[in-house]
Write a protein of this length. Sequence first.
Length: 436
Amino acid sequence: MALGDASRLAEDTLRERLVGARWILGAAALGLGGAAWADAIEPGTAFVIGALIAGAAVLPARRRPVAAALARFAGEPKAPPRADERLPALVRALPEAALLLDARGTVVAANAAAVGLLASVRVGDPVSFAVRVPEVLEAIRAATADGVARRIEFAERVPIDRLLRADIVPIRPGLLRDGAPTEAVLLGFIDLTPQRRVEQMRVDFIANASHELRTPLASLSGFIETLQGPARNDANARERFLKIMGEQARRMSRLIDDLLSLSRIELNAHLRPETEVDLVSVISHVRDALGPIGRERDVEVAFDHPPAPVNVRGDRDELIRVFENLVENALKYGGAGGRVEVGIVREGPDVVVSVRDYGPGIAPEHVPRLTERFYRVDTAHSREQGGTGLGLAIVKHIVARHRGKLGIESVPGEGSTFSVRLSAASATGQKQMTDQ
């Protein structure tokens, strides 16, 4: 509140109290004036007594404790909650993540959505403990100083990549009075990740599909023109061309399926699965499903695991997709060693699943890029094996959605090991209870 406004308010209050006590003041003035005129008291003494009566008249009246107690017993309704109590309650009821800050930037209230979004937020701490984005903190300071709302978009990389929008709205006691100081700041967060992922998915799908589908489509077009022209009556050529056309069509189908799978996984990357899944059952299913490929290539798939179930929190279908990709890659590209080993071990609160082959291995310069979309160490060999270049990208995104880690180790000439580290279900539950 400005100094001039406070002065005017004090003058108005004093005037109201003087008007309310006008009869008492008038009677006191007549009595004291008469006593001084009759020489009953000294004029100076009369002036002092009059000043004391006037001061007592303008003091605010206080309710006596006995009267207040009687009023409570009589059922007098309680006073409504103060504004400073209603505002935190309103913030806690908001559906979107929101924090209420005081003018110094201390967290006064936080709703459940904000606690879920900012795990380190606590009432009474400075907002900088929970939000470590310089642009947002600077916008909060500026909004507190000038009273102007601001909107900031920022990206977070830990624990996962996501895009957020912060809406900073200063709250002032007198919205119609210019220059009123900011008493509080409402800080709201909107997760823009799903919206941006949809936009990026559309762009990536068009770019990747147009690049990868161009070759099989050109092949199909060329074979169709040949069959319609020079090879119209050539039965041998027709059979050969139709076989190649069928392979190209299946390649396009696999490519489209992988692109759609990758898009769905990326769309839900910020949602961690919570269902308990037994990894022993998952990998046993994968081993049985890929058995024909192993027998066809004369490769043994060994599976070493604990006797009891090993549970993690995850999506069963997605985990099957992860280990299908890893084991199938080991059979196709590392099967020259004649053996693929799959193992499950516990390491503290984590479960580590490893897939090891004894093939030719991968050169060190290729290892960091293996999970990129459409990256292939040997493009021709990959396409001969029916690969789309998206398998390890899908694995990486599924493991990230499960808040796990993908490890790749390879020594040329000795083989490769792909490992997936996930939190055990019991460890995850204990961590959640500790956080609460």
